[in-house]
Write a protein that binds this ligand. Structure first.
Ligand SMILES: *Cc1c(COP(=O)(O)O)cnc(C)c1O
Length: 390
C-alpha cells in the first residue's frame, strides 16, 4: 500500500539490485567478502529500506560512515550474521555501544585505539577494529610513524582487540589522472601489510577497494571490497566504464550495461492549466509563453533536491514523453510545459528518475544538467520520502 500523504515516492528495483551484485560478485570472485557501502542514507536509497532488501539478496556485510548510520542499519537488519563496519566517525563516547553490538570500526589514530582498549577492558569484551593505514590519501589513516606504537598496544591488549582488518582508501581511483598516486598507494599498502604481518599482527581481512579501484585496479580487491556506487547501478564515472569495456569486450558486444539503476523517483501531476501566449509562468519573468500553452504543476521542488538550477533546463517524463521545466523551480513545486503531450490529466504519473514508456531519465542525465556527479544527486533525494521495493 502506498502512503498517500507524500507528494512523491521512491521505488527500489530488487531484480536490478540482484543483477548488480551477481555481476559484482562474479567479478570479484567468490572468496572475496562483498561489503555493501550504505553511507549517505544508502546513497539516497534509504538505509532502512535498502538493508532488508540487500539481506534478502544475501548481503551480510555493510559499511557506513558514522555511528548513527550503523545504528539505523542495525535496526533495519534482521539477520544475526550481518556485520556492520563504521569507516569514519564514531565518538569515543559511543565506542562502548559498538563493542556491545559487535560493530567494527576503523582506527586511524592512537587516541581512538586507546579509547577502544579502555572500553573493551571495562566491558570485558573485545573491540573489533580495522587499522586504517595512511598510504597517500592524506585524509584519515594511521601515519607510518605511529605503526610501532600501535603494534605494541595491540600486543599488550590482544585479549581486548580483534583485528578484523588492515585497510586503506584510494585518492581517486576513477580517474586515470591519478594513476601514479594510486599505484604508489597500492605499493605502500602492500609493504605496510607485510610489515604488520612480520610484527605478528594477523588481520582477518585486508581490504582497500571501493567501486572504482575494484573496477580499474583488480589488484586492490584483496579479501574484501567496499562497494558503494556500483551496487546501486552506477559507474563511478564514464572513464571507468570505458576502461572496463576495453578490458572486457564481451560486455560491449552484448550492448548491455551490466549495472542497472535500481532507484526510480515518481510523483503525480498536481494540477494543469492553460496559459495564453505572451504570459509569464510562475514567479518573475524567467519563462514567457510563446504560444497558447498547457502547463502542469508537479509537487517537487528544490526542498526535495530538485535543484533551482534546473529552472527552464530540467526534464521530467509524463505519459511517456519528455516535459521540460517551464519557469523557476520553487521550494515545493515545479511547472512543466505539456503543450505537446496530449491529454495530460491531474493524477498522471510523473517520472523524475526512471523509465516511462520508451523514455528514461537516468540519474546521469539529471546530474549532467546540474553538473553534479551521481553521488551528489543521489544523496540529496530526501530521506523522508517513502520507499517501496518493486
Ligand atoms: C564511500 C567509500 C567507499 C565506497 O565508494 P564507492 O565509490 O561508492 O564504491 C569505500 N570505502 C570508503 C572508505 C568510503 O568512504
Amino acid at each position: 500500500m502506498k502512503d498517500l500523504f507524500y507528494p512523491s515516492h521512491i521505488e527500489l528495483n530488487e531484480a536490478a539490485f540482484k543483477k548488480n551484485i551477481t555481476f559484482l560478485r562474479d567479478y570479484i570472485g567468490k572468496d572475496v567478502v562483498f561489503s555493501s557501502v550504505i553511507k549517505g542514507n544508502a546513497y539516497g536509497h534509504g538505509i532502512e529500506y535498502f538493508v532488508p532488501m540487500a539481506e534478502d539478496c544475501g548481503v551480510r556485510h555493510f559499511s557506513v560512515f558514522s555511528s548513527d548510520e550503523a545504528r539505523k542499519a542495525q535496526r533495519a537488519s534482521s539477520h544475526s550474521s550481518t556485520h556492520i563496519m563504521i569507516m569514519g566517525m564514531i565518538s569515543n563516547d559511543v565506542i562502548a555501544w559498538a563493542i556491545e553490538h559487535e560493530i567494527s570500526f576503523f582506527i586511524f589514530e592512537l587516541d581512538r585505539l586507546k579509547a577502544a582498549i579502555k572500553e573493551a577492558r571495562r566491558l570485558g569484551k573485545s573491540a573489533r577494529i580495522h587499522l586504517h593505514l595512511e598510504t597517500g590519501m592524506n585524509r584519515l589513516g594511521l601515519a607510518p610513524e605511529k605503526f610501532e606504537d600501535a603494534v605494541q598496544m595491540l600486543k599488550e591488549n590482544h585479549k581486548y582487540l580483534e583485528v578484523d582488518g588492515l585497510c586503506t582508501h584510494y585518492a581517486g581511483a576513477e580517474s586515470v589522472g591519478n594513476y601514479v598516486r594510486i599505484k604508489k598507494q597500492i605499493e605502500n599498502f602492500d609493504e605496510y601489510c607485510s610489515w604488520f604481518k612480520e610484527e605478528g599482527i594477523e588481520a582477518k581481512q585486508i581490504h582497500s577497494a571501493c567501486s572504482a579501484s575494484a573496477l580499474n585496479y583488480p589488484d586492490t580487491i584483496m579479501d574484501m571490497v567496499r562497494i558503494g556506487i556500483a551496487q546501486y547501478g552506477f559507474w563511478p564515472n564514464r572513464e571507468t566504464y570505458m576502461n572496463f569495456v576495453k578490458r572486457h569486450p564481451r560486455v560491449d558486444e552484448e550492448h548491455q550495461d551490466p549495472l542497472k539503476r535500481i532507484i526510480s523517483w515518481k510523483s503525480k501531476v498536481m494540477s494543469t492549466k492553460k496559459v495564453p501566449a505572451g504570459e509569464f509562468v510562475g514567479y518573475g519573468n524567467t519563462y514567457l509563453t510563446s504560444r497558447d500553452q498547457n502547463i502542469a504543476t508537479v509537487p517537487i521542488g528544490y526542498s526535495h533536491g530538485f535543484g533551482r538550477n534546473l529552472t527552464n533546463v530540467g526534464i521530467v517524463l509524463i505519459n511517456g514523453e519528455r516535459a521540460p521545466v517551464a519557469g523557476l523551480v520553487n521550494m515545493n513545486l515545479l511547472t512543466v510545459d505539456i503543450t505537446d503531450i496530449p491529454n495530460v490529466q491531474k493524477g498522471d504519473e510523473v517520472v523524475i528518475i526512471g523509465k516511462q514508456g520508451d523514455q528514461e531519465m537516468t540519474v546521469a542525465s539529471f546530474s549532467e544538467m546540474r553538473n553534479f556527479m551521481n553521488y551528489e544527486v543521489l544523496v540529496q533525494i530526501p530521506s523522508t520520502l517513502p520507499r517501496y521495493i518493486v
